[in-house]
Write a protein that binds this ligand. Structure first.
Ligand SMILES: Cc1cc2nc3c(=O)[nH]c(=O)nc-3n(C[C@H](O)[C@H](O)[C@H](O)COP(=O)(O)OP(=O)(O)OC[C@H]3O[C@@H](n4cnc5c(N)ncnc54)[C@H](O)[C@@H]3O)c2cc1C
Length: 847
């Protein structure tokens, strides 16, 4: 019995010691003491195998504590192995991996996050000028947009929208004031873009694209003084409309493999010039653009620019009316109204000083793009997607309260409550994470890993919210027409999923792999040491990093196990976390588990991680849940710890931890190396997988809170555009909802009268008149009900059309246009234009 107690105490001591990452000699001393105790009278353990094992372990640690011995026996051979097996990383991969900054993601990878670093991030703060712009011109622009007209009648963004956007400086929000732009913070840009997106997923594109990766940002950051002075004021005013062309038919996700080339030669004026051939597609704003930002591979056979014969990917600005530039045709992405189309050119000659940043930046294109993307990805799509999720919630809560079936508002039915609760969680959590991430970018961070996870998580969650909204609206959302306020979002969801790094790739390849390499506390040092040309110095560095790495791995494994068997109760919570301390503790445990599994994954799989995407995708999900839940806790604090919001926090926390657990379970269960899989499972799930999704009752409470209080509904959907115009389909929802809340008592009386058979709701019958006559409702209640029913009749109405009005306004045509003939392997552009499966051309209808 005493022996058993000794073993349990020893295990506990090892785990606790492990948590504090002691030096190797301390391990040796502790094990030697344990060996002596084992033999002492108090324990009286048999001196046999167990005692010998303890002495052996103590001696091993002592040997490892001697640097020369450790290098000879352990780190030296390992160093040689790592040196020989390091995967080849291309120049573009290295630039992508090194782009951006490491911030709070490193805390999550450490296993011991300093929550105060995140809590110190400012909450949403705008300057008075930014706030006035959000409340003024942004609100006004939203009011001008008519989605139906843009998408179906004009199939274009109307000129008055462009003019308004240009006049008020929307196209130059990221351009500094010194160059004629608005110079707004990332937080302000995010909120402005979000508000417009909540009104029109089409119109927001004309504001979002000039304010994200493209000529404006690239010139502002890398341009020469002349380029800045010439182009930035023009772009800010909208005198120039930019587009940015990276993607081509053969280079989509793998954009760095582009076949577009520019060859440097000496021009007639004696200066270097570039002869360019390109074929790009899907380029947003291209049909309307006056300034084309073009990414291409630069060759310089005579080394005229002094950067070698293959400087690499380069970005130049080319006026769209420059001879040879082919631009103007349109794609039709998801029936969208915003301009998007291909551009191509053959042997187009431009001066070398049209390279952004001038000749000095030849070959620097990929680095520039990756740097900008690591910040931009945190703003554009997360803002649009978060606003989309909030708008879906706002519209759907109103509709579900107004739409009645089986004698009840459908919102009261449990089956509808379930997706509504999901939408509430998404709106609360996405806004929490959006605000924190935008604040990071506003402070100058370029969080490459967090921006990648934000891009795929917020767009993916929006996709679910849009689907839920459609399901709850039923046929009302399916039949398109001017009164359908969901179809444009539904149709455009795949665009958000696909652009700026398609989600599958961003989830499975970018987020975790990049995170593990960038945010791991020792891995980068180990890789650098292994790559050191000076082998002796490399070994010394490797040895140092590896020793710390081993202690880190053990500490995280011990921590995960300990917190697993003690229900997270010993995890420290940050000060003043009050009633959410419990969630911080669970997050702390989760971070330990994640750090341990992430570490073993990357060290075991190494270069194979690129292809083990089902593992890395799940770990990206796990990391995302940690980050988003941390942001939820921060939002709760920033909003003043409102007791009503605890329901949303608990909902997000329970579901988030459950999804985290499932992602980890999936990664561990499918881990390809059995011994590592076993170690991971033992540390992370010592008592099994114990988190459960939020109970039904919590979801129900969340839905009741939102339906029962306009304040709560407003707070959950804050920063989006809300119309109160009864002639606008979404404004009608707001007006009708207000009336429904005011007429709740009268509605109940009428319902009772119908149930009692006093009145009948049949076409051609004035049932409200009958209810008044029979004393079921008063005269004034009857009027309230008449007003409400008239509004609801409009809310549930769907559009119908004269068949002739639905005839397509485009027709097929024969002239050459499909991309396949331009991108043939001989690159001559001499296609036959017969449409060999890549696409067909269409010409304007001669109406
Ligand atoms: C409406 C719209 C607007 C756009 N605007 C612009 C623009 O302004 N400028 C511009 O340059 N480009 C633009 N794009 C291009 C966009 O960035 C690309 O569509 C995107 O990068 C994906 O390329 P792809 O469509 O060729 O898909 P593919 O690269 O063919 O990918 C297909 C699928 O395979 C997955 N996949 C590919 N490789 C991997 C991998 N290694 N691991 C795991 N999964 C992988 C992807 O995630 C995707 O799901 C736009 C696209 C659209 C649709």
């Amino acid at each position: 019995m005493v022996g058993l107690m000794f073993c349990v105490a020893l295990l506990g001591a090892i785990l606790v010691l492990g948590l504090y990452k002691p030096a190797l000699w301390a391990w040796s001393a502790a094990l030697a003491i344990a060996a002596l105790l084992w033999k002492s009278d108090a324990v009286n353990g048999s001196a046999g195998l167990f005692g010998a094992l303890l002495w052996f372990a103590a001696a091993s640690f002592a040997a490892l504590a001697i640097p020369s011995l450790r290098r000879a026996r352990v780190t030296g051979p390992l160093f040689e192995r790592v040196r020989g097996t390091l995967p080849k990383v291309s120049e573009t991969e290295t630039q992508a991996l090194e782009a951006g900054t490491v911030g709070f993601d490193a805390e999550l990878f450490s296993g011991e996050p300093h929550w105060n670093k995140l809590r110190a991030m400012p909450s949403v703060m705008l300057t008075p000028e930014e706030q006035a712009f959000l409340d003024g011109p942004t609100e006004e622009l939203c009011g001008l947009i008519d989605n139906w007209k843009a998408r179906h009648q004009q199939r274009d963004i109307p000129e008055e929208i462009w003019d308004f956007a240009k006049r008020h400086g929307f196209l130059g929000m990221l351009i500094s004031k010194a160059h004629g732009g608005l110079g707004f913070s990332a937080q302000a840009q995010s909120l402005i873009i979000g508000k417009i997106a909540s009104r029109s997923p089409d119109a927001v594109i004309i504001v979002m694209v000039p304010n994200s990766l493209g000529p404006g940002e690239l010139i502002e950051k890398y341009g020469t003084d002349e380029q800045k002075e010439h182009y930035l004021p023009r772009l800010a005013r909208g005198d120039d409309i930019p587009c940015f062309a990276l993607t081509g038919p053969t280079s989509g996700s793998d954009a760095a493999t582009m076949r577009d080339i520019g060859t440097v030669f000496r021009g007639d004026d004696g200066k270097p010039a570039i002869r360019l051939s390109w074929d790009k597609r899907y380029i947003t704003l291209a049909p309307k653009a006056t300034l084309l930002g073009l990414a291409f591979r630069l060759l310089d056979p005579d080394n005229l620019l002094g950067k070698g014969t293959e400087p690499g990917i380069t970005v130049a600005m080319i006026p769209a009316d420059h001879p040879g530039v082919q631009i103007g045709r349109r794609h039709l992405p998801s029936g969208a109204a915003f301009p998007n189309g291909p551009t191509w050119g053959r042997n187009v000659v431009i001066p070398a000083d049209w390279i952004i940043g001038g000749e000095a930046m030849a070959g620097q294109g990929w680095r520039m793009l990756m740097e900008c993307l690591s910040a931009g990805r945190a703003i554009s799509l997360p803002s649009v997607a978060t606003a989309g999720s909030k708008a879906m919630l706002r519209f759907t809560t109103a509709y579900a309260r107004l739409r009645r079936q089986f004698g009840l508002p459908i919102a009261r039915m449990e089956g509808v409550e379930e997706p509504l609760a999901r939408m509430i969680e998404t709106a609360y959590a996405s806004e929490a994470a959006r605000a924190v991430t935008a604040a990071m970018v506003s402070r100058g961070e370029r969080p490459s890993v967090l921006s990648a996870l934000m891009k795929y998580q917020t767009t993916e969650r929006m996709r679910h919210s849009v689907n839920d909204a459609l399901d709850i609206h039923g046929g009302r959302a399916i039949c398109d027409g001017p009164s359908n306020y969901l179809q444009s979002a539904y149709q455009m969801v795949p665009i958000g999923i696909t652009v700026e790094g398609a989600n599958i790739l961003t989830r499975t390849l970018i987020t975790f792999a990049q995170g593990a390499l960038r945010s791991h506390p020792y891995l980068v040092d180990e890789i650098k040491a292994a790559q050191d040309q000076n082998e002796a110095r490399g070994l010394e560095e490797f040895d140092r990093a590896f020793s710390s790495h081993a202690a880190y791995t053990f500490a995280n494994g011990a921590g995960a196990f300990l917190h697993g068997i003690t229900g997270s109760m010993f995890v420290p919570a940050p000060e003043k976390s009050f009633d959410t301390a419990n969630w911080y503790r669970h997050l702390g445990r989760a971070s330990r588990s994640f750090a341990f599994v992430a570490d073993l994954t990357i060290t075991t799989l190494g270069g194979r991680l690129k292809t083990r995407q089902k593992i890395s995708g799940r770990l990206a999900d796990a990391l995302s849940e940690l980050y988003i839940l941390a942001c939820v806790l921060k939002r709760f604090e920033d909003d003043g710890r409102l007791s009503v919001d605890r329901t949303f926090v608990d909902l997000a926390a329970m579901n988030g931890l459950y999804r985290f657990q499932e992602a980890m379970r999936g990664a561990i269960d499918n881990f390809p190396v059995a011994s590592v899989r076993w170690a991971m499972r033992a540390a992370v799930f010592p008592l099994g997988a114990r988190y459960r999704p939020a109970p039904d009752e919590l979801g129900q409470r969340a839905v009741q809170l939102v339906l029962g209080s306009q304040d709560v509904r407003d707070r959950l959907t804050r920063y989006i555009y809300v119309s109160h115009d009864p002639d606008d389909p979404t404004g009608l929802l707001e007006v009708a909802l207000k009336k429904a809340i005011a007429a709740e008592q009268a509605e109940k009386k009428l319902d009772r009268a119908v149930r009692d058979g006093l009145v009948h709701r049949y076409h051609g019958v004035d049932w409200i008149g009958e209810a008044i006559e029979r004393g079921a409702v008063t005269e004034s209640e009857g009027q309230q009900l008449r007003d409400l029913e008239a509004l609801i009749a409009r809310v549930i109405a769907v559009d119908n059309f004269d068949p002739a009005a639905l005839k397509p306004n485009y027709r097929s045509g024969s002239p050459f246009s499909n991309g396949s003939s331009r991108s043939g392997s001989n690159g001559t552009g001499a296609g036959n234009g017969n449409g060999n499966g890549h696409g067909r051309s269409f010409e304007a209808a001669a109406e």
